[in-house]
Design a protein around this ligand. Structure first.
Ligand SMILES: CC(C)(COP(=O)(O)OP(=O)(O)OC[C@H]1O[C@@H](n2cnc3c(N)ncnc32)[C@H](O)[C@@H]1OP(=O)(O)O)[C@@H](O)C(=O)NCCC(=O)NCCS
Length: 158
């Protein structure tokens, strides 16, 4: 990913709500509504990270992540990139910068769950350094699809 993109992190800020809601719509079979999304963004435990273009007059948001931080643990709740911006390293850049951001926040381990069918996300998480901790069968889609639980240890990124 070239340096025309930058990652920003914030708590408790709805400035990008519309763009993030649009990302939800194009990225998930069950997107969060604007109301749910704004509640999650305003939750004081949740860190929102966005990747956007640096130089445009009105920077375009390419992707986002949402992470719940209850130190010494954090949970990655969401990561999504616009369909037209995928496979160019955007999610890799968000995760790399997010993991660095968590170091001074006293986070030691980060967890996430992902559908066993979501191969792009599984490959992304492995590339970012996560490893498979456990498996929950019958977790998604009315019990038809299992969930993989991944974890990573923050000290490996220092
Ligand atoms: C998963 C997602 C966030 C990846 O975003 P991205 O910006 O395309 O990811 P990157 O370009 O950083 O790719 C990182 C790695 O993921 C893997 N990957 C990404 N897209 C892939 C695809 N379509 N098929 C297989 N592997 C893929 C590759 O291993 C890639 O590394 P490489 O380029 O060195 O081979 C994106 O596909 C997305 O938004 N999906 C819909 C939302 C979602 O499922 N989120 C995760 C669950 S919360």
């Amino acid at each position: 990913m070239t340096s025309v993109y930058q990652v920003s992190h914030f708590f408790n800020n709805l400035a990008n709500l519309k763009e993030i809601a649009a990302l939800e719509q194009t990225s998930f079979a069950n997107p969060w509504s604007c109301e749910s999304l704004s509640a999650e963004i305003l939750n004081p435990l949740n860190l929102t990270s966005i990747i956007s273009s640096k130089s445009a007059t009105r920077p375009e948001i390419l992707g986002y992540s949402l992470t719940r931080i209850i130190s010494p643990e954090a949970e990655l709740l969401r990561v999504a990139v616009k369909p037209e911006g995928r496979k160019q390293g955007a999610a890799t850049k968000i995760l790399a910068e997010l993991l660095q951001k968590l170091i001074p926040l006293q986070v030691e381990k980060v967890y996430l769950e992902v559908s066993e069918k979501n191969l792009p996300a599984i490959a992304l998480y492995r590339k970012a350094g996560f490893s498979n901790l456990s498996y929950r069968p019958n977790y998604y889609d009315n019990g038809t699809i299992g969930a993989l639980i991944f974890e990573t240890v923050i000290s490996t990124y220092i």
